[in-house]
Design a protein around this ligand. Structure first.
Ligand code: ATR
Length: 272
């Protein structure tokens, strides 16, 4: 049976094994997909042993995406842009091929949810790995502009500079944000800690769209904020998680699962 795994620390609560099992069931194939906890310092050895033992593919989650980027010998364009790898496979000449499916995962979910992106001003909150991973695909959707807001403004400025060749990107401190944005995407880890980025009032256009890349059994604090701020559409990142998984599955097996029923199942399981 083809073997797959997600490597992380912690990784016990990863939904990836469940998602990939549902994909496999749907397509009538049998796979094994495990969550493997990896000690800091043991990442590359674990990857090597997994592939040596015949493993077919690996997903990488926190905190190893940069290390996976270093380990990969060949990179997709989108992994090069993200400077992070969440999907590994053995490619041509048995070289480690690293890709990053996070950004395309977000974009597919935003398209499914019919977020208006083309020609719009988008506010992206956060300037860590999560924000970096989605910037290139976001800019490919041809927004009028992406503003990156971060507490540490220097990090936002570096990102804006790194992606400036792909479209109009600027950075701002939260207190300097002005006007209103029809689309706000939260790529900070604030929701994990039950915190809200320090957003000024009226920053979301009435009837606007808000997306939190985090998810949980309950709406995040950012989602509550967005609803109170008059958003018409508010969503969490469960759909992104499933879309990035589907893209990894496709890279490994050249078969594209239908994500809608898997999202419905995961949503029900999360609530229950
Ligand atoms: P990740 O790879 O998940 O993006 P990270 O590199 O640690 O993780 O980045 C976390 C992001 O969330 C950063 O943009 C961080 O802001 P700073 O760079 O200013 O620290 C942001 N973040 C975390 N907690 C936050 C909070 N309570 N309010 C606003 N931003 C927060």
């Amino acid at each position: 049976m083809d073997q797959y795994a997600v490597l992380g620390n912690p990784v016990k609560h990863s939904r990836s094994p469940r998602i990939h099992q549902l994909f496999a069931q749907q397509l009538g194939v049998e796979i094994e997909y495990r969550a493997i906890p990896v000690e800091l310092g043991a990442f590359s050895d674990t990857v090597r042993s997994f592939f040596l033992a015949g493993g077919r593919g690996i997903n990488i989650t926190l905190p190893f995406k940069q290390e996976a980027f270093q380990l990969a010998e060949v990179h997709s364009q989108r992994a090069l842009r993200a400077e992070a790898v969440n999907t590994l496979l053995l490619g041509k000449n048995n070289l480690f091929y690293g890709d990053n499916t996070d950004g395309v995962g977000l974009l597919r979910d935003l398209q499914r949810l019919q977020f208006p992106l083309e020609g719009r001003r988008i506010l992206l909150l956060g300037a860590g790995g999560a924000a970096r991973g989605v910037l290139a695909p976001l800019l490919e959707a041809r927004p009028a502009e992406v503003t990156i807001a971060n507490r540490d403004e220097g990090r936002a400025a570096l990102l804006a500079h790194a992606f400036g060749d792909l479209g109009r990107v600027r950075s701002a401190a939260y207190r300097d944000l002005s006007g209103s944005y029809p689309v706000i995407i939260n790529a900070t880890s604030a929701s994990l800690a039950g915190e809200l980025p320090p957003l000024p009032e009226h920053i979301l256009t009435q009837g606007g769209y808000a997306y939190d890349m985090m998810y949980g059994s309950q709406p995040t604090i950012f989602m509550h904020w967005a609803l109170q701020a008059g958003a018409a559409e508010v969503h969490d990142g469960l759909g992104m998680l499933i879309e990035q998984a589907a893209e990894s599955f496709f890279l490994w097996r050249h078969q594209r699962p239908d994500t809608a029923p898997v999202l419905a199942t995961l949503r029900a399981e999360l609530a229950g």
